[in-house]
Structure formats: C-alpha cells, structure tokens
Design a protein around this ligand. Structure first.
Ligand code: CU
Length: 546
C-alpha cells in the first residue's frame, strides 16, 4: 500500500469507527472482526486487479514430480513480481523434459525416494532444509552442513512422512532471513491414500480447485528491487514488509465456481503472523480446517478465523455454495494484537495499541507506508461465478491420525525469553552450533513444556526431524483463548505440527515421539521461525542418541 492509499485506508477506518459510535481502534484491540472492519477490508479487495499466480506446467511454482528432479541450481535470476518491473530474485531452478522451473512445486508419494543434487551458484553458503519432513540429520539441511559457493550437496532420502504440504527453504545459519526474503522458498506436496481419497471425494485438481497460497510480506524500491534493510531493533522484532504478496502476486484475485475449494496456505513470511478469515458482505464465512503442518486432521473442524505463524501450513476447505452469489468473497487477515510485549513489564504492554505506540517512536514519514502486524488487510479476492452443479460434501472423517504418545512424569522445560542485550534465548542460551543443548533417546516419548516469558513476543517454535502433538495451552492471551476448545487448544493444535506459536506469557505442553529409523546419532535444531529471531540466535542444537 503506498502512502496515499494507506492514508485513505486509515481515514476510512476512522470514518467507520465514528459511524459505529466508538473509536475504531477499540474494536481492533478488543475483539474479532467487526462488520466495519470487514467492510473496510472488502473495499480494499475490490481494487485488486492482478490474477493470482497459480502453479502450472513450468516456470514459477511449476509442478513437477520430485522423482523427476535431478538438480536444483540455487541462483540469481529475475522475475516480474510487480507489473512492468524486473525484480532481481533468488530461485531454485530445475530443468526437466525441456522445461524450466523456478521454485518448483514438488509432488512425491509417501515412500518415494528423492535424489537431488543442489548446486550453489550464490556468492555465499546455502543449504536446503526440508521443513516438516522426518529426515536424517544429513538430509534435513539443518545448517550443520552447508554447501559453499560453487559447491554441490547431494540429497538422497525416502519420504516417510504423512501426506501434507511441506516447505523447502534455505537454512545456512547467518544467511537464512536474507536468502528466504530474496526468493528461496517453495512447496513439497506429499501424497498418500488418505490424501488421494479426499481429492477424489471433493473432485479437487491442484492449481484449479486446490490452490496453494504462499503468504509473504516484502518491501520494494522504486525500481522494483526487493529491499531488506533492517535495524537492530527491527532484527529484534522481526522483519515486517509493507507489501503483502500471495504467490508473489500483489492485490490478487481469482474467479471461482460455487463449489468446495481447498486452500493450502503457507505462511512464508520472515516474521509476520496473519489471522485468516473469509469475508463476504461484512460477515465472516465459516470454513473448515482440514489439516495442519503434519497433514490431515482426523475430522474437519468448523472455524471462521485462525492464526497462522511463520513456517506454519494450514489446509482449508471453503464451500462457496454457502456464499451469496454475485458478490466477491475476500480472504483477509483480521485485526489482532501482535503482542510485541518485549519492551517492558509484560502485562502492562500486552494490551496496548501498538499502532499508536509505534507511531510515537518512528518518524511519521516511515510509518505512513508501513503495514503494522495485526492490521486488517485483504489478501485475495475470490469472484464467485455461477457454475455447473456440484454435489460433493466435506467428509466427516479425513484421516487415521495417530494419537499422541504421552510420557508420564515431569516435562522437559523450554523457556523462551530475552537476555536484556537485544537477543532472544532458549533456556537462557543463544545458539551455539558447536554443542548440543541436550540429548534425547531415539524411540523415547517426551513431553516438553514451552514457556514464553511475559515480557516477550510470540515465538513460532519449529523443530527439525519430527512432528509433534500439542497437548495443552496454559495462560493464553484472551485473543487466543476465545478461539480455543478443551485444554486451551486451538483447532490447529488437533493435528501433527512442526511449528507451534507460543504467545507472551503462554505455556504450551507438547508431546514428541522421537522414533525414527536412522542408526547413528542424529543432530537437529529447534528454533524460532521468526527468521530474524533465529538469526539472532534463538535456536538450539539437540541430539537424538541412537
Ligand atoms: Cu521468536
């Protein structure tokens, strides 16, 4: 949003607030979407004019079978992200059957082998992390091994994981946020029988009625080049870009039939969290949460809003037969309190209006063009067309989700805090790549209690090597509690996850099963997926002892 449209946006929010007889900021701070908020977002979406980029047969996000993949060159290229501008961009480039793919969307069946040679054509080290997959340490790409400039790295692993949409991106510590920001990130779809059954029962086709949505926020200069200039203070908070992109499309729209659509959402932003809702005519539509990071839930959950933190994926089903005809539906991020409570004594800051707080601290000119975290914004407009008859129903059960293997006794405690010197810590430590913070026994069940300090920020905590279950949330902030069910769990806590968002003052109890087939000790990392936090050292190394 440029300065002028942003000013207009704020004016219209003010006008709506006045019309409703209360300051709009109050509604933003203390609740979900109001009708006024929804209408402002829908007005923004009405101007969206760029067709959403979809995975096709080649090019950006071109779909290819992982089994056909031989080589991924990590290189500098150019891409038209903003209409009419050439943006220098980093991409994973593959060639297959005479076609060129940029950041290919990979398909793999459970049990298949992936053998790929990554060639580093950058001027700095890199390595691919297969985010969410239960690989051995060497094939995890955790940054303990990297490929130096001009060198290659051979991956060879069997996909043992449940069907889901996974995420591959760079993981060389010291370079992660910049490489991801400048373009290196894409998707890996793992398929199994349950996945195939869902696609059949809903008559879904990838790229048409099953649509991946990669959410990212970026800044561009006047020439269309990506800007990643970040102060120490911004590193401490995490990078927030002013321009919201979906599949590298700004202001995107799609045309859709009145049927069930599947949206597979990746939050690929460095640090921005979103609160997703579908809006029509000032109200939230209900939709289904079908799956999370680690695949399908046992049963679909009926929801009308959900948070998604950096690194997380959500599998959503939207039945457009429940929408009104002739009026667009808008995928939005709703207003929420980003809870950047790191500045002071926790509680006192947690409920503050951060928009105002920020405005006092930063120069007015810089603020006008900035999209605050938690600001209500449109992400995608869905134009609903009349269409052929469609009589499919969302199945009552989706998968045989394995139950959590819960260890009795005292949990392993993981404390998230700051060191008072501008760094985030895990159990009081900043990252030391040379030593393991602790060792777990291969095959063991462990319960961890992840406790976030009150004077903190939300931290999306991501583990390499395993998926886990969320058992319980304690002392959650009100905006989380109001979406929660039994044991304080959110609908997205009901499946397997590799990234759990832990809010300031909150504690989350999670269950791991450290079983895997690899002989020999395996070293992995556990870190915050706010990429700037990880870069500052919010990461530990741990060992799975064979
Ligand atoms: Cu963090």
């Amino acid at each position: 949003m440029n300065a002028i449209t942003r000013r207009r946006f704020l004016q219209s929010m003010g006008a709506l607030g006045a019309a409703a007889g209360a300051p709009f900021a109050f509604a933003v701070r203390h609740g979900g979407a109001t009708a006024a908020e929804a209408l402002v977002i829908e007005k923004e979406a009405a101007a969206f004019a760029n067709p959403l980029r979809l995975p096709g047969a080649s090019g950006l996000y071109g779909v290819m079978r992982a089994a056909d993949l031989r080589e991924l060159r990590v290189m500098r290229t150019e891409l038209e992200i903003l209409p009419g501008k050439r943006t220098p961009y980093l991409a994973y480039v593959a060639e297959s059957a005479g076609k060129r793919f940029l950041n290919p969307a990979l398909l793999a069946k459970q049990g298949e082998e992936i053998r790929v040679r990554m060639v580093n054509q950058l001027q700095e080290p890199t390595i691919i992390h297969w985010h969410g997959l239960g690989n051995d340490a060497r094939n995890d790409g955790n940054g303990l091994y990297v490929a130096e400039p001009g060198k290659a790295y051979e991956y060879a692993f069997k996909v043992r994981d449940r069907a889901s949409m996974y995420f591959y991106h760079p993981h060389p510590h010291g370079y992660i946020p910049g490489q991801v920001y400048h373009g290196l990130a894409s998707l890996l779809f793992v398929e199994d029988e349950e996945e195939a059954a869902l696609r059949r029962s809903l008559d879904l086709a990838l790229g048409e009625t099953e649509i991946p949505l990669v959410l990212q926020d970026r800044n561009f200069d006047a020439q269309g080049r990506l800007e990643y200039r970040i102060s120490r203070e911004e590193m401490f908070q995490g990078f927030l870009g002013s321009r919201l992109l979906v599949n590298l499309t700004e202001g995107p729209f799609i045309a859709a039939a009145r049927r069930i659509y599947r949206f597979r959402v990746l939050n690929g932003s460095n640090a921005r969290t979103y609160k997703l809702a579908f809006l029509q005519g000032g109200r939230r539509l209900r939709y289904y949460l079908a799956g999370t990071d680690g695949g399908l839930l046992a049963a679909p959950q009926r929801i009308d809003q959900t948070f998604i933190s950096p690194g997380q994926r959500l599998d959503l089903l939207l039945d457009l037969r429940e929408a009104k005809e002739g009026r667009p539906v808008t995928l939005a991020t709703l207003a929420f309190d980003p809870m950047h409570a790191e500045g002071a004594g926790g509680d006192s800051m947690a409920g503050m209006d951060h928009g105002k707080m920020g405005a006092q601290q930063a120069p007015a000119a810089a603020m006008q063009d900035m999209t605050m975290e938690g600001e209500p914004r449109a992400l995608l407009r869905i134009d609903v067309k009349s269409s052929p008859a469609y009589a499919k129903k969302v199945p009552a059960t989706l998968s045989k989700l394995p139950p959590a293997k819960v260890q009795a006794g005292a949990p392993r405690r993981i404390k998230l805090a700051q060191d008072g010197k501008g760094k985030w810590t895990i159990n009081g430590q900043v990252y030391d790549a040379a030593r393991n913070a602790f060792t777990v026994q291969r095959g063991a069940a462990e319960t961890w209690l992840i406790e976030n300090d009150r004077a903190s920020m939300p931290h999306p905590m991501h583990i390499h090597g395993f998926q886990f279950h969320v058992l319980e949330r304690l002392a959650s902030p009100a905006q989380v509690r109001e979406l929660a069910g039994t044991h304080g769990r959110l609908p997205q806590d009901l499946g397997f996850t590799d990234t759990v968002h832990v809010w300031p003052g909150e504690s989350v109890r999670v269950a791991f099963d450290f079983s895997h087939p690899y002989s020999g000790d395996q070293d992995y990392v556990f870190h915050c997926h706010n990429l700037e936090h990880a870069e500052l050292g919010m990461m530990i190394r741990y060992r799975v002892k064979a």
